[in-house]
Design a protein around this ligand. Sequence first.
Ligand code: MG
Length: 399
Amino acid sequence: MQKIAILGSTGSIGRNTLDVVDRLSPRFQVVAISGGINTGLLAEQTARYKPEIVSVSTTAHAKDLTERLEALNTALPKIYVGMDGMLAVATHPQAEIVVSATVGALGLLPTYKAIELGRRVAIANKEPLVMAGELMQKRARENGAEILPVDSEHNALHQCLRGEKNHEVVKLVLTASGGPFRNTPREEMEKASIAQAMKHPTWQMGSKITIDSATMMNKGLEVIEAHWLFGFAPEQIDIVIHPQSVVHSMIELVDGSFLAQLGRTDMRLPIQYALTYPDRLVLDLPRLDLTSLQKLEFFAPDRERFPAIDLSYKALRLGGIAPAVLNAANEVAVAAFLAGKIGFMDISRVIAQAISTCEKQGVKELNSIEDALNADTQTRQLTEGFIAELASLTLVGKS
Ligand code: MG
């Protein structure tokens, strides 16, 4: 039995991971989980999988979880809190696989620690790779850790690349659904409501990644993620809009061949692949019915309406802490949009401001994980300032 720890067990990827664990029973044993604030689901998961360690957000959540487990007559695991708890889950001494499925920069340190311990890291949390991909790959090589992508596009690329030599690959092509505003005029995007931005056409996901899909920052972050995962230059990584979300990504080879991975939009496939690689096991889920597809379309993305794409390439080319700045500004801007503080198109305006400030100050190098964490903290403060300014301008405009 392989021992597995899950950062973010109550989120969409975490729940799908446990479903895969059930399907492959008794191949995996869950030894540690972290689940933030959803103590009800954490209690159920603890009762069922009996992990040794469970981590929650705060001491109040720990108390709540304890009461719920006592009510369920379940033996108490070691309960940890906050970042210490996430680190305890990520570094569980017996865990061979760590699933990194939290959202945002919060996952950076625990994921990094798991890599330092030489674990297999099945990574769904793209932000740590964006913030510090170079350092993570370096530590992985030094410590014999494997980083297996769960993000559907990168998992598809991993599958396409597994039989190929890197120098025979010309391009990585990331597909994007285009999100809810694929064909929406810019003026309407300026006024878009939270509900409109939350309507993803093909995937069911958490709120942060759904807004990132609407701005296409999700694809921008994925370009950076692909760069660090597979080592291709920014100009070798392309984005195409593919509204059907059937082709999860593809590669172009020197002889003009394209290889693609196709499948239904179900995260259990990439999760199982990342857990069991290099084995490919039966996964008994509904299959793609090719004859029902009718058409597969591909378009170039509109870089004017989706400035997040070029901002991401820019941050990647600037290097150093610039991708961490991009990521932090985006997280703060998305939260501000979801709180009704700024408009939809303001998200990319705020990020552009953060990137140009970073450029003007001279882009600092990224030599340690602390550099990434400092860039994150400083950019969050800076971006909050931009947002306060924007909000006051909007109020003046309205009066
Ligand atoms: Mg993706």
